[in-house]
Design a protein around this ligand. Structure first.
Ligand SMILES: Cc1ncc(COP(=O)(O)O)c(C=O)c1O
Length: 409
């Protein structure tokens, strides 16, 4: 047999907008023995996970559970379940992930209307409200934290316009959940999708979602059994628009997550252990305390970056606290810097997409990676690497500036 080396991932400090480092408690949880998915011990863990997800999404919704797959499986499950072919869907786009919402909505048969903002800024909520009044969509899908541009879209005030137009409000909070406030009920969001591998610091592989009774009503309308239809019986009811997915059909998934436990897929039991432990860590820390930790680390990082004389990309008023976008100085090869950071220091920072490719670096301060140690190491290493690349900067200033922030608290 051909020899394959032992698995020995090198130590890394991961300062990207995901995936980020995982708390050892989560890794330990993943090494526990498997339980059968209908074992009462396991279904009790499922219920506890639902309970903790409600707290993290800040909601009293009945439904809060993970979809198996990476975050986009949650996005796709929500959209394919809530969009009926022909529905008008409004997507305000201010970065790459807005385009993902458009692509998925189109695949669901939506007539998509978009609003576009120049990358680096976000919409005033009134602009989205005006578009809802003008286009009267059935669904509005918007990204809360755009990791591609490091911007945070304010969501307050949008849900009232959605309700006036009888539209559902769907929010991609993949990059913000667990690091920045995401208040599903207070902001009137009908369905929210979170991500595990970012501020929750759980490996990629599940997509926690929550949705309210307005969203559920739409699902149930599309469920055969509720309409007395059998498979292939649509002809009896031409108004019936079945959900065009089995794996991602929320009406079936919620039956599996309900006390009825109707069999659907085989649950990813190890991933559920991981999510449950990750949520326990979030709630033990406290949501407010966790958001404050993310803001403090952001301030220290930004102080260090500015002390190096580097420019921050984008409108500061809409900066996402957990992603910092840095302009690559003229004459510097951004990829060479990243690869020296990784090769010599074991520190990973991110490049960027589309129009920003080669123009900015993105540093994430998320979840378990969001620590004083990591911020100071990253600043010290970046400074050293930039000096090696011929950048003119004052050696030592970045780390000192960040340390001043920590001293002030
Ligand atoms: C804002 C946002 N939405 C969606 C996604 C897609 O998530 P995944 O890669 O887990 O499918 C990402 C991933 O980076 C993201 O940052």
């Amino acid at each position: 047999m051909k020899y394959y080396r032992d698995l020995a991932p090198p130590p890394r400090t991961i300062m990207t907008p995901g995936p980020v480092e995982v708390d050892p408690r989560v890794l330990r949880a993943m090494s526990y023995p498997i339980l059968g998915q209908f074992d009462p011990e396991f279904t009790a863990l499922m219920n506890e996970t639902m309970d903790m997800l409600r707290s993290v999404f800040m909601t009293d919704n009945k439904w809060a559970y993970p979809v198996d797959g990476t975050s986009r499986s949650g996005i796709e499950a929500v959209l394919v379940s809530l969009i009926e072919p022909g529905d008008r869907v409004l997507v305000p786009i201010y970065g790459r992930f807005g385009h993902l919402l458009v692509e998925i909505s189109k695949r669901c048969g939506a007539e998509v209307v978009t609003l576009e903002k120049e990358w680096g800024s976000v919409f005033a909520p009134e602009e989205i409200v005006a578009a809802i009044r003008k286009f009267r969509p059935k669904l509005v899908a918007v990204v809360h934290g755009e990791t591609s541009t490091g911007r945070l879209q304010p969501l307050e005030g949008i849900s009232e316009a959605c309700r006036e137009a009888d539209a559902l409000l769907v929010v991609d909070a993949v990059a913000t959940i667990g690091g920045v406030k995401v208040a599903a009920d207070e902001w009137g969001i009908d369905a929210v999708i979170g991500g595990t591998q970012k501020c929750l610091s759980v490996p990629a592989g599940l997509a926690p979602i929550t949705y309210n009774s307005r969203a559920e009503a739409k699902l149930l309308k599309r469920k055969r059994i509720e309409r007395g239809l059998l498979m292939g019986d649509e002809a009896q009811d031409p108004a019936f628009r079945p959900i065009q997915s089995n794996y991602l059909d929320l009406s079936q998934l919620q039956d599996y997550w309900s006390p009825a436990r109707l069999n659907h897929h085989t649950e990813a039991t190890t991933m559920l252990y991981a999510l449950r432990e990750g949520l326990r860590l979030v709630l033990e820390e406290g949501l407010e305390e966790r958001f404050a930790r993310h803001r403090l680390q952001e301030r220290a990082l930004v102080a260090g970056i500015e002390a190096m004389g580097l420019g921050l990309y984008g409108d500061p008023a809409s900066k996402m606290p957990v992603v910092t976008c840095i302009e690559i100085p003229d004459g510097i090869d951004g990829e060479a810097v990243r690869s020296m950071l990784l090769g010599d220091f074991g520190i990973e920072i991110a490049s960027s997409f589309g129009p920003l490719k080669g123009r900015i670096w993105r540093i994430g301060t998320m979840g378990y990676s969001c620590s004083k140690r990591n911020v100071l190491l990253t600043l010290g290493a970046l400074e050293a690497v930039l000096l090696r690349h011929g950048c003119k900067l004052e050696a030592g200033a970045a780390v000192q500036a960040a340390m001043d922030v920590y001293k002030m608290g």
